[in-house]
Design a protein around this ligand. Structure first.
Ligand code: KIV
Length: 265
């Protein structure tokens, strides 16, 4: 699984053969420039989901439910999950939280909408967790995580994302669940892995979590290209002959003479 937020990035991920695209609420940080995921709205999410869906022919597309689109009320959760499918055209939704989200998961699944769970470090409860901290570091916390994973499985989730948990905890949970786990900062024992597109490609460098492997370093390549374009335009080296549309000679002389006449009157 890789995140994508627009038509072109979705096409790249889809054509690379990745199974699943997540329209993550990380869009709020890596695309919209906010310092957390909190302020993202349903309308913004739908806007990005539609673009991603347009760029993906093959991959399964999951839309992330934004903060406060499902936490307060079960009916609202079902309606908003429905909007992500109807208007955003995604195949499934993801929401954060363990046991306490069971009523929401059950209701959304009962409405016929597949749900991916997300536990461990859940950015939508960052204030409660006290920041970006590894979760499940003590045995007691790890058992709570396992109970959360079991509760999500029981409630009908088709899979669960495990974010920033020790490898042993993620591996043991993965081995015991019947549904697949997708890890991010959770080690190699998960059934699948997810990374944020901009992290994986080295586009976003405001901060880089330890669990990220950069498979490319595109930022300097993009910067070099933009600087070269800027320099070419200033030096009038772009556009060149091959970029220019020409008129037939006859129309050109007619036009030049007519425009000069035009100026006189
Ligand atoms: O929003 C996101 O990108 C995510 C992944 C990191 C799992 O939730």
């Amino acid at each position: 699984m890789v995140t994508a937020y627009d038509y072109s990035s979705a096409k790249y991920v889809d054509e690379a053969g990745v199974d699943t695209i997540l329209v993550g609420d990380s869009v709020n940080m890596v695309v919209l420039g906010e310092d957390s995921t909190y302020s993202l709205t349903m309308d913004q999410t739908i806007h990005h989901c539609k673009a991603v869906k347009a760029g993906s022919n093959r991959a399964f597309v999951v839309g992330d439910m934004p903060f406060m689109s499902y936490q307060a009320d079960v009916v609202e959760a079902v309606k908003n999950a429905g909007r992500l499918l109807k208007e955003g055209k995604v195949d499934a939704v993801k929401l954060e939280g363990g046991k306490r989200m069971v009523p929401q998961v059950q209701a959304i699944v009962n409405a016929g909408i597949p749900v991916l769970g997300h536990i461990g470090l859940t950015p939508q409860t960052l204030s409660q967790l006290g920041g970006y901290r590894i979760q499940g570091k003590t045995s007691a916390d790890a058992i709570t995580l396992y109970d959360d994973a079991l509760a999500l499985q029981e409630a009908g989730c088709f899979g669960v994302v495990l974010e920033s948990v020790p490898e042993t905890v993620a591996t043991e949970i993965s081995n015991r669940l019947e549904i697949p786990t997708i890890g991010i900062g959770a080690g190699a024992g998960c059934d699948g892995q997810v990374l944020v597109y901009h992290d994986l490609l080295g586009i976003f460098d405001d901060f880089t979590p330890r669990f990220v492997r950069r498979y490319a370093n595109l930022k300097p390549i993009i910067t070099d290209a933009l600087q070269a374009y800027h320099a070419d335009v200033e030096a009038r080296a772009f556009p060149a002959e091959e970029h220019i549309y020409q008129m037939k000679d006859e129309e050109k002389s007619k036009f030049l003479s007519e425009i000069n006449q035009h100026d006189i009157f």
